[in-house]
Design a protein around this ligand. Structure first.
Ligand code: ATP
Length: 410
């Protein structure tokens, strides 16, 4: 915080009236110069104070405007269609596609152009221009033409791989089988289980196998601040999939938008609810035998709203558990495939020692073992490196238990 400058002392001189005229004149001149000096200092301080006041006034104005925006109830998202003369614009509200002609303040009019996304209040007055950072569409989807993951990269969950292939891959590669038998394939597949067990890998591997575009969105991305934005993102997601089909839509952390309804009726909850309804209606609307498959994943199966599990929605549930001993051994060999492993590394023993480890944790174990080899200036990774890595991981995690305790997936 800047301190106020100190006020100069008032100049003071005792001038003896008995002094000869020329000396008195000299003394008065000196006093006059002191006064001019102090006067200059005071005017400078006054100028500074005025500047500061101006800046503070601007700040207060800004804060008041922001406060006003926050106080006015929820904001809606709209796109600017046209900017007209006389500070008027046409905006189209997301959600209902209503087009409105609205006045806009001069503060905002210079900052907008057609195509911009804006937040409007109940009376359609533009409150904020959403910058590209707020423009979630660009950043919230991860799109991969053909992910590099294959089924051979996934260990310990063969049964789950088989189920996913049947529920997602076959409808894409052999749709005629479903036509012949006369049944619809599952609409959506829900993978549930603790973190780091290969759910995302499974979805990517199907996309790889079927030459489908992989489009991932995290449920947390769909929980948006502005009304209409979450449902718009859901629409964008399906639109993107239609443009790029065949496509696999993967919604991670689906629990973020599909948690069981609570008693509270805040506008935030209502918005999450709307986003979920949009997802369900998109799912209801798409062709079950078409070229778009949808997979969702969660670590919190217990919290899910059962509405999303009804037939025609996520009607194939696949649990992806932590790997068992053989699974851990398989995952270890997968993640050490590219490593220079010394003779004598006992994967069986390591699998015994890693009870409760997820696939992701086994992957870190292999990397950590490699780090020990480098630290010891070897280019071969020995069993002792794995043992040291295990010890380090156990130490690091001693406060934060490695097992899935605390994750409720059933
Ligand atoms: N079964 C597995 N086989 C081989 N590697 C695995 C397996 N499970 C996890 N991994 C490794 O862990 C990483 C993370 O796995 P993935 O992202 O698929 O987990 P997830 O189940 O989707 O986790 P989350 O629930 O946290 O999103 C993978 O990139 C892979 O290297």
């Amino acid at each position: 915080m800047s301190r106020s400058p100190s006020i100069p002392d008032r100049p003071h001189r005792d001038i003896d009236s008995d002094l000869p005229d020329d000396e008195r004149l000299e003394a008065l001149r000196g006093h006059y110069e002191d006064l001019v000096d102090v006067n200059d200092q005071l005017s400078e301080q006054l100028d500074d104070a005025e500047d500061r006041r101006e800046r503070l006034r601007e700040k207060v104005d800004r804060v008041e405007r922001e406060n006003e925006t926050l106080k006015s109830s929820s904001l809606y998202i709209a796109t600017v269609e046209d900017v007209l003369p006389d500070e008027q614009v046409i905006v189209k509200q997301h959600g209902n596609n209503q087009e409105v002609l609205t006045d806009v303040s001069s503060r905002i009019v210079d900052r907008i152009e057609p195509g911009d996304r804006v937040a409007v209040n109940d009376s359609f007055a533009i409150q904020t221009v959403l910058d590209t950072e707020t423009d979630a569409r660009a950043q919230s989807m991860e799109i991969t033409e053909k992910p590099a993951v294959t089924y051979a990269d996934i260990g310990g969950i063969d049964e789950q791989v088989r189920e996913v292939r049947e529920a997602v891959e076959q409808p894409l590669t052999e749709p005629e089988i479903f036509n012949e038998v006369g049944i619809d394939p599952p609409s959506g597949v829900l993978l549930y289980g603790p973190p780091g067990t290969g759910k995302t890998m499974l979805a990517k591997a199907v996309a790889n196998e079927t030459d489908a575009t992989f489009i991932k969105m995290a449920g947390s991305e769909l929980v948006r601040k502005f009304i209409g934005e979450g449902s718009r993102l859901v629409r964008d997601l399906f639109e993107m999939a239609r443009e790029r089909q065949p496509a696999i839509i993967f919604i991670d952390e689906i629990d973020a938008i599909a948690t069981r309804r609570t008693e509270s009726k805040t506008s935030g909850d209502a918005e999450v609810q709307r986003t979920m309804m949009q997802l369900l209606s998109e799912m209801d609307g798409f062709e079950a035998r078409g070229e778009i498959r949808i997979i969702a994943a969660t670590n919190r199966f217990d919290m899910l709203d059962r509405a999303i599990l009804r037939p025609g929605r996520f009607d194939r549930l696949i649990e992806v558990p932590e790997p068992d001993r053989d699974g851990r051994e398989q995952i270890l060999s997968i993640h050490t495939r590219g490593m220079n492993i010394a003779n004598g590394v006992d994967f069986g023993a390591l699998a015994d020692d890693t009870e409760g480890y997820s696939g992701a944790e086994i992957e870190s174990l292999a990397t950590e073992a490699g780090m020990f080899a480098i630290r010891n200036e070897r280019n071969e990774v020995a069993h002792q490196d794995f043992a040291d890595a295990l010890e380090k991981i156990e130490e690091d995690d001693s406060s934060d238990v490695v097992s899935s305790a605390g994750y409720f997936y059933q």
